[in-house]
Every structure is written in structure tokens, then in C-alpha cells.
Ligand binder design. Sequence first.
Ligand SMILES: C[S@@+](CC[C@H](N)C(=O)[O-])C[C@H]1O[C@@H](n2cnc3c(N)ncnc32)[C@H](O)[C@@H]1O
Length: 209
Amino acid sequence: MTRAEPVDVTRARYDRLAPLFDLLEWLPEQGSFGRWRARLWKGVAPGLLLEVGVGTGKNIPHYPPGAAVTAVDVSPRMLARAARRTARLGRHVGLHLMDAQALTFPDAAFDAAAATFVFCSVPDPVQGLRELGRVVRRGGSIHLLEHMRAEHRILGRVMDWLDPLVVRVMGAHINRRTLVNVLAAGLKIDAVEDLAPRGMVRLITARVP
Ligand SMILES: C[S@@+](CC[C@H](N)C(=O)[O-])C[C@H]1O[C@@H](n2cnc3c(N)ncnc32)[C@H](O)[C@@H]1O
């Protein structure tokens, strides 16, 4: 297994991308991304919720009404945009600058957690997922919308080959094995929904055992 890169590298990448982030994703957001976000949040019951890797706050309009949401990100510039969006939408969200791999919340502090397109960029995804399992109460749910390595021999290898370039430009690894990582973090998988061919985008619902 390759050593995880320092989180400062991830932070610097997303700080750099922050001013362009919404523009770069504007088109897919009008179609599939927006639909997939709505689908994820439909499955999240209100309660004490944690979103990790909130980014510019694109999920905020989808938060279940009545939920008390805390959201974290490692990039100050992404987080600043999320803060502006919460103000615009008139929603109260507790925003914190924090590394998903070392959350400062106590054990079992939340009823559920969610992340969209985040575990492709967390340097050590298994450690980040373990942290979600720690801060969500036993029996609580973890909802992930993630792109990952294609389950296709050739395409998977092409993704491995392109990954070092893509991660430098876009900040995200394209060849993560997120289902394997969820299990390695000690979480129980309740449901997996394929949203794109060859398992390249999936909605994963997991549970803290
Ligand atoms: C591809 S963006 C997705 C943002 C948002 N979730 C969305 O769906 O638009 C990935 C986000 O994860 C954040 N991130 C990456 N590694 C992180 C870590 N270790 N801890 C917290 N946030 C992290 C990045 O700063 C960035 O905002």
C-alpha cells in the first residue's frame, strides 16, 4: 500500500481550486450530480448530522429540514464559500475547519454522517472512514456518494495510470476502491446503488456496527 500524502497537500490543492470549483462543476451539477445529491439526502433522517468535506456547500440546500448539521472541511477557502452559501440560504450550519482523518468531536456525537465526492481526496480514506465510524453512534448511518475505480480490467488500469495527473489538476484520486475501504474501516454496508456504469459512481449506505 502506498503512503498517504500529507493533508497539507490536499488543503493546498482545494484552496487553489476553490475560486473555480463551482464553475468547473456547473454543468454536471445541473444534471446527474444534482440528482444524485438529492437521492443521497432523501435517505438521511433528520437528527444530529455531520457532513465531511462540505466543500463550497452544494449539499446545504438538500439537508433534511429540522436537522442540526455540523460540517467540516480541510480547506479554508472551500469552507469560506460554504459559509457564504449558508448565509445566502438562511440556514444555520456549524462549519469547522477540520481534517476528516482526525475529527475533534467526541465518540458517538452524531446520529448520521454524509460525504459526497470526498473520500477520493482524503489522503488516508480508511482512516477518515474509521473516524466517521467513531463519531457516529452505534447503529447510526453513513451515506456516501463517491466516484471510484471502474470494475473493468482495462478501464481500471487506465484510471490507475491517469491518477497521478488527475489528482494534481483536480485534487481527486480517480482509482479509489471505496467499497473495500468502507469495509476496511469496520463499517457494515447496508446498500450499494450503482449510479454509473462499471461501478464508477456509487451511493453507499453504511452503518456503525
Ligand atoms: C471534490 S470536493 C467535494 C466537495 C463537496 N462535498 C461537494 O460534493 O461538492 C472534496 C472536498 O473534500 C475536502 N477534503 C479533502 N480531504 C479532506 C480531509 N482530509 N478532511 C476534510 N475535508 C477534506 C476538500 O477540501 C474538498 O472541499
